[in-house]
Design a protein around this ligand. Structure first.
Ligand code: PAF
Length: 280
């Protein structure tokens, strides 16, 4: 497994790999079994001859000033071992000043899908995500890139960016990977105290209850119910609990099309997100 830290050197090496399919797994490191599934999906897509690239970069531009950029875990040795075990061919692990010059001034901004949900509570977040993902696509010469459905809004925005900017990469979406008790895997789960960790699966339970009971009520009523149920989780502060059109991410009046419920809940200091498609 090759590791690159300098963007230009990485881009040159990847240009030479161009004769075989390149599949990128963009991550911020602190890899867990959920990332493991993304890497396995990449390996499957690339086949034995293709090249699987994992990028590990805690991207400063997607964190707000009061967010957890500094304390975001960076267990490089563990991450490297996992990438190796899962058969990654290349790891790209740049430093932040190599990705962003001191006077960096070009950003990519999505202006529709990113306005609500996490975009509303984390201003500038998706601008940072789009900008770094575009850089990673460009540097890696990826034919495919793998993203998890846990970050539903992020996935929708990346797909839109690829479409609107005619980027020559295809997006492979993979299902959310869960702990046995239903909690969606996330690098941030390690911040939960033992008590918070016991309470956190209630997020998934609330979503499952919603999916089982949404028929017969309006989306607005179902949202209120969901919000109430989430607010009952000990130590929880609900950031949002929204039912939206699965493609536009806009609010819906009726369950007359594919919809998805998306939630962000802060348990103690840890912000967790999850989602579920709703029957219609
Ligand atoms: O989902 C993530 O881990 C990040 O948002 C991503 C896509 C790697 C961009 O920094």
């Amino acid at each position: 497994m090759e590791t690159y830290v300098v963007p230009r050197t990485f881009a040159r090496a990847m240009a030479e790999e161009k004769r075989r399919p390149i599949v990128l797994v963009p991550t911020m490191g602190a890899l867990h079994a959920g990332h493991g599934e993304l890497i396995k999906a990449a390996r499957k897509k690339a086949g034995r001859k293709g090249c699987v690239v994992v990028s590990i970069f805690v991207n400063p531009t997607q964190f707000g000033p009061s967010e957890d950029y500094q304390r975001y875990p960076r267990p490089w040795k563990k991450d490297r071992t996992l990438c190796q075990q899962l058969g990654a061919d290349v790891v790209f692990r740049p430093k932040s000043d190599a990705m962003y010059a001191a006077d960096h001034s070009i950003y990519i901004e999505e202006s529709s899908l990113s306005t609500g949900l996490c975009g509303a509570s984390r201003p500038g977040h998706f601008r940072g995500v789009c900008t770094v993902v575009a850089q990673l696509f460009h540097l890696s010469h990826a034919d495919w890139a793998v993203f998890g459905e846990k970050d539903y809004q992020q996935l929708a925005i990346i797909q839109r960016m690829v479409r609107d900017l005619h980027m020559p990469v295809q997006i492979l979406a993979t299902p959310t990977v869960r702990e046995p008790d239903g909690l969606a895997m996330s690098s941030r789960n390690r911040f939960l105290s033992p008590e918070e960790r016991v309470n956190a699966p209630a997020i998934r339970m609330a979503l499952l209850a919603l999916a089982g009971s949404a028929a017969g009520v309006s989306p607005a009523k179902a949202e209120v119910r969901l919000h109430k149920q989430l607010a009952q989780i000990p130590g929880a502060l609900v950031d949002y609990a929204s039912i939206v059109d699965a493609s536009t991410l806009q609010a819906v009046q009726k369950f007359d099309r594919p919809t998805v419920a998306l939630v962000a809940v802060r348990i103690g200091e840890t912000r967790l997100i999850d989602n579920i498609p709703l029957p219609w």
